[in-house]
Each structure stands twice: as C-alpha cells, then as structure tokens.
Design a protein around this ligand. Structure first.
Ligand SMILES: Cc1ncc(COP(=O)(O)O)c(C=O)c1O
Length: 438
C-alpha cells in the first residue's frame, strides 16, 4: 500500500518558494504546449504533483490553498485517507469487468445508496430511483435526454440561457453559456429552445408566449434546469422558479430534469441542491463530486420512467468498480459530517465575503448556498468587470490561492467540503490584500 499521508494538511497557509511557474512547472507546460489540445482553458500555470485536504503541491514544492476542488469535484478533500483506502482495496481486487454485462457489489451498493436518498416520491421498498451510471457530467446529461425522449415519445427540450451541461452533442445543444462552446460545431441536436434562467417572468414568457405560438407543450419531452446555475455565474433562482417549473411539467406531461452535476453531492449543504426548494424532479444528473475525483456520473430517475430495454443505453466504463467504491465512501463521509460542514463553512465564507463587499465597492454581495458561492466584480462605474476579475484570480494564484471564475465577471468559491474556518480566513485575507492593491 502506498503511504497516503504527505503532511500537506499540516500547512495552514500557502507556501510559495519559487517564482511561478517554477522551473519544473515551466518545463512541463512547454511539453504540454507541444502535444495537448489547445481547446483546454488553462487559467493558471499550476502543475500539480500531490494534494491533501485543501492543499495542493506543485512540482517545484510550492503549496497552494485550493478553493476550486478541481472544478467542484474533490468533495471529501484531496486524497481523503478513507477514499484512498477504498480505492486501493477495490483496485487490488477488481478494476473492471463492465457493469453493462456483468454484476459486482460496489455498483449495486452505490445504486441502492443513491436510490434511498433520491428526492423522488417514496416507494414501498424505500428505493425511490433507478440508476444508470456514466463516466462524466456530459454523459449523464446525454443519458437523461435520451431517457426523456424515449419515455415521453416527444422530441422538444427546453433549456436555459447561461446553462452549462457539457460538451458532447446533446449536452452542448443544451448549453447556453459561452459562444465558444457551440460555435463551429453545428448542426446541433434540433428542437432545443433556450429561455432566460431563474425568473418567474421567463416562465410566464414560456407559458403565455412560446406555448401559445411556436412551441406546442405536448411535444416537449423535458425541461432541463440547473438547481443553481453553475458555470453561468452561481446564480440562485428567484423564489418559486423551480416550483413553477415542476407545476408546468406536471400540467403538460413534461419531465423535469435537474442537472446536479455541479450543485449535487452535498456542495450546497444538502445532498441535492433541489432539496432546498422541496421540489421533486423526475430525473437528476450527477457527476463531479460523486466519487471524490474518480470519473463517475449517474442518471437517477423515478423508477417507473426507466422503461428503456436492454441494449438501449449503457457505457463500458459506466459504474466502474473502483469509482463506485470511492463513491460509496464519499457518500458516507458526506452524510457523516461534510454536508453539515458545507452548510456551516458556507455561512462563514458568505459572512467574510459580505465584509469584503462592504470594504470594496468593486465587490458584490455574495450569493449561493453552502460552499457553492460567488461574488461579482465591478469597475469604478458599477459595471461588471471581467478584466479586473481575471486579474484578481490570476494574482491570487501568485499568492498561492487557487480560484476559478464563472459567469461574466464572477469569482466562484467551490472548495473541498472539508475546508475549515482558518483556511477560509486565509483565503479572505489574500483577497482583501489583492483588492487593496488592485
Ligand atoms: C451543471 C453541469 N452539468 C454538466 C457538466 C459537464 O460535466 P463534465 O465536464 O463532467 O462533462 C458540468 C461541468 O461543469 C456542469 O457544471
């Protein structure tokens, strides 16, 4: 067994020992430049070599405080010892056999775990969902789309401006976030209509205008919605928005698909973000945080919806044993303490960001739930300022703080759910100094 403790967690503050990127990082970035697809958006020149908890070490021995969790993925923190133990044990016994053709316990156990907790109506056996495993968020969205079309025998889909659902064809056709994600790739999947996100006015427009003139509701298979819009800016919808989508779906026999790829798995202080609104969707898509960093996704549906026959949908690697073993432990850790920590630390983070916003007029009040939080950055005239936002995220990196952007001019905070008070204070201190110096 590999020794998994590298003592990075003992460090409370970033430690930058070289210029950045350091010599070894520069050499690796040069090699990468020669061979990697230029479609990757590398924001910061971090060349990671190991990580533990919320701390990440680069190849030159610099240590960073990570408020990105690898894009909202490492829910239990980097290399949580129990997750690593589960991965090692599973890898030593069975790495792959393909759950599409054979059976193994970790996949059944994970499906049961998710089916017990899905926010769908309770059934007599306590299992509220059927589960189809995938390898990524986009693939979960593809599965959900196919299921909705197959079950309803309808073709049209409604999605939202600003949405991000992934980059494969079906998922990309729903994505409405940045033009670069669609431009040049047409024709996309037809029959997708985008409407503005998050407001009741948008749903009035859907019902009163679109349904009455160009979009027959009985041809709509699904409305696909993020419970909190992620890449689009960590936007929490207006009160009543998700409830109203549920009503519309029920009225017209449309399926409500909630994409919880980013907002799910405890990040918002509930296992599924949709639980904040007490709304029961028909289908949920998951990935990112589900297996603490191993590639895994899932489509959860009300049991009666999964009527598709053998062979109609599956993936060779979907529900891989090692990924499922990591996910089962991840769920245990989330439920034991990390969902609660996300809720508590989310309050600490929002309180600190509120102070930041009171100190600097370039900073908006924070928004979000749990540890899915963002602030907008403004210029002197009060307009959203993507350039200043980019400069702050960039300079934070040079101070050893890893951040991501989202939306037009937002900084997002999606740390591992094990983050503690001190680490949040360190991040806030660095941000304060950067806004003072800007
Ligand atoms: C809400 C949402 N759905 C789907 C995806 C796509 O996930 P993946 O990159 O794993 O394909 C993302 C990724 O950011 C996402 O935030």
């Amino acid at each position: 067994m590999v020794n998994i403790s590298n003592n990075l967690t003992k460090l409370r503050v970033p430690q930058i020992k070289t210029f950045l990127p350091g010599p070894k990082a520069q050499a690796l970035i040069k090699r990468d430049d020669a061979v990697a697809s230029p479609s990757y958006t590398r924001g910061s020149p971090l060349v990671a070599t190991r990580a533990e908890g919320c701390m990440v070490e680069d190849v030159d021995g610099n240590v960073f405080l990570d408020l990105t969790a690898g894009i909202a993925v490492t829910a239990t923190g980097h290399c949580h010892p129990q997750v690593i133990e589960a991965i090692q044990n599973q890898a030593a016994n069975l790495v792959h056999i393909s759950g599409t053709d054979f059976y193994y316990e970790p996949m059944v156990k994970l499906a049961e775990n998710l089916a017990k907790r899905a926010p769908f109506p309770e059934s007599i056996d306590g299992l509220r969902a059927r589960v189809c495993f995938t390898n990524s968020g986009a693939e979960s969205v593809e599965g959900a789309l196919k299921l909705a079309r197959y079950y309803t025998k309808r073709s049209r889909i409604i999605a939202f401006q600003g949405a991000f659902h992934g980059r494969t064809y079906g998922a990309m056709s729903l994505t409405g976030s940045k033009i670069v994600q669609r431009q040049g790739f047409g024709p996309l999947v037809p029959d997708v209509t985008h409407i503005p996100y998050g407001t009741l006015a948008s749903l009035d427009y859907l019902e009163d205008k679109l349904f009455a003139s160009v979009l027959p509701p009985d041809e709509v298979a699904a409305i696909v919605v993020e419970a909190i819009q992620g890449e689009g800016g960590y936007i929490v919808p207006e009160d009543g928005f998700l409830e109203r989508i549920r009503e519309i779906c029920s009225r017209y026999g449309i399926l409500m698909i909630v994409d919880e790829v980013q907002s799910g798995m405890g990040r918002t202080g509930k296992l599924f973000a949709i639980e904040h609104w007490g709304v029961m969707p028909d289908i949920i898509t998951l990935a990112k945080g589900i297996a603490s960093g191993l590639p895994l996704g899932a489509v959860l549906s009300r049991p009666e919806l999964m009527t598709w026959p053998p062979g109609s949908h599956a993936a060779t690697f979907g529900g891989n044993p090692v990924a499922c073993a990591a996910a089962n432990v991840t769920l245990e850790l989330l439920e034991k303490e990390l969902i609660d920590n996300a809720h508590q630390m989310g309050k600490v983070l929002q309180a600190g960001l509120t102070e930041l916003s009171q100190k600097f007029e370039q900073v908006s009040l924070p928004r979000g739930k749990g540890l899915m939080v963002a602030i907008d950055v403004f210029d002197a005239d009060g307009n959203l300022d993507p350039n200043l936002r980019n400069r702050i995220v960039d300079k934070a990196f040079y101070q050893g703080l890893l951040l991501l952007s989202c939306g037009k001019a937002a900084i997002r905070f999606c740390p591992p759910l094990i983050i503690d008070r001190d680490q949040i204070q360190v991040a806030l201190q660095i941000l304060t100094e950067l806004f003072e110096a800007k």
